[in-house]
Design a binder for this molecule. Structure first.
Ligand SMILES: *Cc1c(COP(=O)(O)O)cnc(C)c1O
Length: 499
């Protein structure tokens, strides 16, 4: 299986090279040249093996330069039952006759990003070996909260790697901040940046394009890499849980093999739902993919009108991992919808860079709407959905998942569709205690990390083990820098200040 750029430069490369490079030289994203088919017979075979086996099998269809043994070792380590709070790794909670929640937050950092970031570091080091790369890789991450911790936990103490995470000083929740600042490991660093997520991200981008720094690193046998969701190594593990969820629904006798499901996905950068789309391209029986946005509803507008327009106000919401105006992975969808037309995709992206918007023709819009439904949920409705779901079903969900759940209700009201639907639950409610307590109309009596105990008391639910330990955690990283100071902090971390 080879990979090529969405912008059509025509070069074909291996998956190892795609994973190392992240971004193609023409600015495009790497996509597989075709999609392997998954037959009903294979789905049935996958139902009888555990999650890690399913993931290794599905990843193997795309990563043909990795051996089956290598992928089994990687997934055995990544999806080890001792590091997940449920033996099935991705349990499904049944809410009512046709609504199910796929809990992707049972891993070490309590957000769905673990599903990919427990795998990516090993894929990356495996790829470096295959490409005979002897330099050490330093991963730089700008995070709005969940990615940073998941990347730290994935890369910590992985030989041949270092990881440095920048987060906006005032942009993350209490739990997210302590999760990051108390990170263990000998190859990690965490730095707060004055300003918002945009400042942090712009700062990291500037470091990536700094030629002087690049040369200095190279002289010292180092190079920079990114762990963000445009990397193919992050997408491929995500395809697995959609196929696995389908298997689980068969096991639970909720569907027969071959029957269709909907998936409803709280969406930001379009990585998670793109993986669902890829599963559909492989032949997974799906009726609709429901793309749920918060008040930053740029994707809803796109799916409804064919116009992608980022010239709009940016809102800070209670579902911060979805506060995004440029959903990078949409480029990969455009590539498929346009019949793998790299020139067309280049045109849209040039228009986005120049005018902040683009419009796709009617046939592409129609193609998109045959698979996707787009909806959004405002702040009040998010809050109300958390309390309704808890009061009516005794099931506690986080703010991101609530956005998806509300959009599903709207979808059903609009279409009358009764297809069984799996809502993708992306974070533990305990990561967002402030918002969830507020939604339940419980004024906080405490603050800081004590809020996890309060949420547990009020809802009579269990605090996930990785968050319980935060009660006694001591922040290890307390550095706070300005955007201009970020480069210096990278040099210090890599011991290159005086070189
Ligand atoms: C990252 C994240 C999302 C958005 O996922 P994308 O792949 O960027 O669309 C949704 N919910 C949570 C909790 C997240 O951390």
């Amino acid at each position: 299986m080879f990979y090529q750029s969405t912008r059509g430069d025509g070069k074909k490369i291996s998956s190892a090279e795609a994973i190392i490079k992240g971004l193609a030289e023409d600015g495009g994203l790497y996509v597989p040249e075709s999609f392997p088919r998954i037959l009903d017979k294979t789905i049935k075979e996958l139902t009888i093996i555990p999650y890690k086996g399913r993931a290794a099998y599905i990843m193997g269809l795309f990563l043909s330069d990795f051996s089956a043994g290598e992928l089994k070792r990687i997934t055995r380590r990544a999806y080890n039952e001792s590091r997940f709070s449920d033996l099935s790794i991705t349990p499904i909670h049944k809410l009512d006759d046709n609504t199910f929640f796929l809990e992707l937050w049972r891993g070490p950092t309590c957000a769905f990003k673990d599903m990919a970031l427990q795998v990516l570091p090993r894929l990356l080091t495996g790829s470096l070996e295959k490409m005979n790369e002897s330099r050490e890789v330093c991963v730089l991450v700008a995070t709005s909260g969940d990615t940073g911790k998941a990347a730290l936990e994935g890369f910590k103490d992985v030989p041949g790697t270092k990881i440095m995470v920048f987060y906006p000083a005032d942009g993350v929740s209490t739990v997210q901040k302590l999760q990051m600042t108390s990170q263990s490991g000998s190859n990690v660093n965490v730095v707060a940046v004055h300003g918002n997520f945009d400042d942090t991200q712009t700062g990291v981008k500037a470091i990536f394009s700094d030629k002087e720094l690049h040369n200095k690193l190279s002289d010292n046998s180092l190079f920079l890499s990114s762990a963000n969701s445009i990397n193919w190594g992050r997408l491929v593990p995500q395809i697995a849980y959609y196929i696995s969820a389908y298997c689980e629904m068969i096991i639970k006798k909720e569907i027969n093999c071959g029957e269709k499901l909907n998936f409803c996905v709280p969406t930001g950068n379009f990585g998670n739902i793109l993986a669902a789309y890829y599963a559909v391209k492989m032949g997974l029986p799906v009726n609709k993919l429901i793309c749920a946005s918060n008040r930053n509803d740029v994707l809803t507008q796109f799916i409804n009108t064919g116009v992608y327009d980022k010239n709009r106000p940016f809102y800070t919401t209670a579902s911060p991992s979805m506060d995004i105006l440029v959903s990078s992975n949409l480029e990969r969808l455009l590539y498929e919808l346009s019949g793998k037309n790299g020139d067309a995709v280049s045109g849209y992206m040039a228009s986005l860079a120049g005018k902040g918007m683009y419009k796709v023709p009617a046939n592409i819009l129609e193609e998109a709407r045959s698979v996707f439904y787009g909806g959004y949920c405002n702040e009040d409705d998010t809050t109300k959905n958390i309390s309704d779901t808890f009061n009516n079903y005794n099931y506690l969900i986080d703010t991101h998942t609530a956005v998806a759940n509300k959009v599903l209700l709207d979808y059903r009201a609009e279409t009358g569709d009764k297809t069984p639907t799996v809502v993708v639950s992306t974070a533990s409610p305990y990561k967002f205690c402030e918002s969830v307590l507020k939604a339940l109309d419980k004024p906080h009596e405490s603050d800081g990390i004590r809020l996890i105990d309060e949420l547990s008391r009020v809802t009579n639910t269990e605090i996930p083990a990785p968050l319980q330990v935060l009660r006694n955690a001591k922040p290890r990283f307390t550095n706070l820098v300005s955007k201009a100071g970020m480069k210096q902090s990278v040099l210090e971390f890599l011991d290159l200040k005086h070189k």
